[in-house]
Each structure stands twice: as structure tokens, then as C-alpha cells.
Design a protein around this ligand. Structure first.
Ligand code: S3P
Length: 422
């Protein structure tokens, strides 16, 4: 397909609620002292997993679409679940819930899907053990299935995290709710601070106050990416979260020559949001590293995808954490882009993508390996590649953005091959 044959993407739309804020609204809502009304909650499987775990521990959650009424049970109200707690594909569910479980005086087994069962948990088990969690069982000391027993009260700690990770930080902070004294976490670079903002909003112990979840920038990014790949596009995504610890992708776009206009800013429960207007522009290569890599961590496979059609190379560094996400995202992104004919060099902590706006792409073969973000990147490449791309594992997109294909179609994207992309 030639660029000229593609229909520009046009229109205004919304994306599902922010996944990170959704997890925290359910967990902290469950620990609050009354009913917490949550609006704008994402309907993806990851947030559903968090909801199911809390329900299994006796929390009543009434769902109606994107609204939830969480009947908080207070800090002392969780009950031992009957069976194992299944976190599905969701690392945030498992790691943050471990922080809460550290403060529960009962034994619990946590399980996950094949991808989650390969992700390291020692990083949260270490500090939580120091606070008083007992790890009864963990495969190779770090992988799920995990069998743990908490206790009350926990010991407060000052923790110097070796990794800039909001999941580690949040697990320790949530355990800190059940500790005597002050718990402190220091991190090598600022990771997303949604837990801090929500605790500031609800207080300690958490009080019942309403929470409005903004649209997920990490989902919006894929629609923005589509508009930047398809010439002539001009789309607006309304009500997207713009917490500065999350907006690294917008800074990277700026450096690549595509400014995104921000309109109608607002703030709810300490979380800023606005409408984002993105218009197609030719892109140039850039370098992403240091703190910017942390602030754009979930969008780096997408940055690599956009870099494929940029002028000149793009270097992504200081991103070794990508290797322990839902898949090894350095290896998977490189393999995905190469299948479309884009040269990529892999590094231990990132990759170099050799961009060329004139390159003739070929149809790709993508194995998403249960990783929603790789599947979405492959789908975007399929929009600009000749017909025939095959994507395996596309069902993983439901973990964060079940309406992804429908959203692309709503702004006029023609998804090639129909069922091929599923
Ligand atoms: C998340 C933190 C990040 C991010 C993940 C969600 C969170 O992981 O990649 O998608 O909600 O706290 P790390 O904290 O492991 O970097």
C-alpha cells in the first residue's frame, strides 16, 4: 500500500480509564471506611483481575459499565479467600496486592497466566519480607505461584529501591498502611506517582471519597501513533490523563517533531487530564534515555514503531526493564519490526531503530506472546504495510484496551485482513 492510498484518520474519541489509576482506586477504595464511588474505570481484564481478587476477600463491588461502587471494608476488614487468587496477566495486580496481603494475618496463594508466571517477584518480596511478610513458597524464589502469609502490625522500613518501579514503590507504600511508624521509599528515578496522589486524596487511613479515573495515556498513545503513521490524520482524544510522571511519550513526540496540542485541562482527585489533539507530521529520529525512559516506559515499543518511519536512527537506552514486562519487549519489538522489513539493533538496555520514511515495508508476522502492547504495535504497522500481516496473540489487547480495534475503525482506519489481526 502506498502512503497516498491510505485514508486519513479523523475524529474525536475517548479511551478507557487509566489502568494504573484503576487498580489503585479499587484497592484503596476497598481499604476505605465506606463506599467509594469510582467513575471512568477501565473495562480491561487487568482491572477486572484486581476487582475479582478484592471480591474474593469479601469486598462488595457493584459495577455498571465504567462506574464502580466499592464498599470499603477498612484496614481490618479483608477476609481470607477460599481458593488461589488469579492475577491473570496483570503484574500490577500481583505486586500491589502483595503489599496489601503483607498486612493480612492469613495465608494466600497468588497465581497468574504463563506470562505473569515468568515475571520476577523477588523485587517486591524482598522489601515486604523485611516488613514482616512470610514467603512460604515461590518458584525459584521469585516466580508465581506464590504462597505468602502476612501479619499485623508490619514493621515500617526506609527502603532504597534499586529499580525505578512504581510497582515496587506502591507495594511498599500499601504495606506501610499496616505498619507502625513511617515507611519511606527512595527510588533511583521518579516512577509514576499515582499511589502517592491517591493516598493524598483519600488520606491515611483511607476515607471514602469519590474517584474519577482519567483516560489512559498509555492507550491513547496507540491512537496517536496511528494518526502519526497515516498521512493527513487529525484526531482528538478527550479526557486523557497527563500526570507528569507518565508524559514521557509526549516529550519524545516533541523531540521527533510532532507536537501534541493540549486543550481543556482539568484535575480530579489530584490527577491532571486534558484533551489531546494530534495531527500527522513527518517524524525525525531521536534518543530516549535516563529519566525519560522511565516516564515513557510502557510507550517505548510504540516509540520504536514510530521510529521505523522517522528520518534517521532512534536510540532507546536505559530501558532494561522492558525485558521483564508482559514479554521481553526489546526482543519482541525488534522481531516485530524486522518482520516488516525495518532494521533494528538490539542492546541489553534498549535498541536502535534505523528509520526511513521512504522504505518499502512488507507484510509482517507478529507473535505478540501474550503482550498487549506488542500486538497493538503490530496492528499499527499493518495499517501502513502491504496486506497480509498476521498477528498471533491479538486477544491480549483485551487486558488494557478491549475497544482498540473499534476505536481505530471509529476514526476511519481500515484494518487490513479482517480476522488476520485477531
Ligand atoms: C505500573 C508501573 C510500571 C508499568 C506498568 C504499570 C503501575 O511498571 O510498566 O504497566 O501501575 O504501577 P514498573 O513499576 O514495574 O516499572
Amino acid at each position: 500500500m502506498q502512503a497516498g492510498e491510505m485514508t486519513p484518520l479523523r475524529g474525536e474519541l475517548r479511551v478507557p480509564g487509566d489502568k494504573s489509576i484503576g487498580h489503585r482506586s479499587l484497592m484503596l477504595g476497598a481499604l476505605a471506611d465506606g463506599i467509594v464511588e469510582v467513575s471512568g474505570l477501565g473495562t480491561g481484564e487487568d482491572n477486572r483481575a484486581t476487582q475479582a481478587l478484592l471480591e474474593a476477600m469479601g469486598v462488595r463491588i457493584e459495577r455498571s459499565g465504567t462506574d464502580a461502587r466499592v464498599h470499603g471494608v477498612g484496614l481490618d476488614g479483608l477476609r481470607p479467600p477460599e481458593g488461589a487468587l488469579d492475577c491473570g496477566n496483570s503484574g500490577t495486580t500481583m505486586r500491589l496486592m502483595l503489599g496489601i496481603l503483607a498486612g493480612q494475618p492469613f495465608e494466600v496463594t497468588l497465581i497468574g497466566d504463563a506470562s505473569l508466571s515468568r515475571r520476577p517477584m523477588r523485587r517486591v518480596l524482598d522489601p515486604l519480607t523485611r516488613m514482616g511478610l512470610t514467603v512460604l513458597d515461590a518458584r525459584e524464589g521469585t516466580f508465581a505461584p506464590l504462597r505468602v502469609r502476612g501479619r499485623r502490625p508490619l514493621s515500617a522500613i526506609a527502603y532504597d529501591s534499586p529499580i525505578a518501579s512504581a510497582q515496587i514503590k506502591s507495594a511498599v507504600m500499601l504495606a506501610g498502611l499496616f505498619a507502625e511508624g513511617e515507611t519511606v521509599v527512595r527510588e533511583p528515578a521518579p516512577s509514576r506517582d499515582h499511589t502517592e496522589r491517591m493516598l493524598a486524596w483519600l488520606g491515611r487511613p483511607p476515607r471514602a471519597r469519590p474517584i474519577r479515573v482519567p483516560g489512559d495515556l498509555s492507550s491513547a498513545a496507540f491512537l496517536m501513533g496511528a494518526a502519526l503513521l497515516v498521512p493527513g490524520s487529525d484526531i482528538t482524544i478527550a479526557g486523557v490523563g497527563t500526570n507528569p510522571t507518565r508524559t514521557g511519550f509526549l516529550d519524545v513526540l516533541d523531540a521527533m517533531g510532532a507536537s501534541v496540542e493540549r486543550r481543556a485541562p482539568r484535575e480530579d482527585n489530584g490527577e491532571p487530564s486534558c484533551d489531546l489533539v494530534v495531527r500527522h507530521r513527518p517524524l525525525r529520529g531521536t534518543t530516549v534515555g535516563g529519566e525519560l525512559s522511565v516516564r515513557a516506559i510502557d510507550e517505548l515499543p510504540l516509540v520504536a514503531t514510530l521510529a521505523a518511519i522517522a528520518e534517521g536512527p532512534t536510540r532507546i537506552r536505559d530501558a532494561e526493564e522492558l525485558r521483564v514486562k508482559e514479554s521481553d519487549r526489546i526482543a519482541r519489538t525488534a522481531q516485530m519490526l524486522r518482520s516488516f522489513g525495518v532494521p533494528v539493533d538490539e542492546h541489553p538496555d534498549g535498541m536502535t531503530i534505523h528509520g526511513d520514511p521512504e522504505r518499502a515495508l512488507r507484510a509482517g508476522r507478529v507473535d505478540a506472546h501474550g503482550d498487549h502492547r506488542i500486538a497493538m504495535c503490530g496492528t499499527l504497522m499493518a495499517l501502513i504495510a502491504p496486506p497480509g500481516t498476521r498477528i498471533e496473540g491479538g486477544e491480549s489487547i483485551a487486558s488494557s484496551f478491549p475497544s482498540f480495534h473499534a476505536s481505530l475503525e471509529a476514526v476511519g482506519a481500515r484494518l487490513p485482513g479482517g480476522g488476520d489481526l485477531e
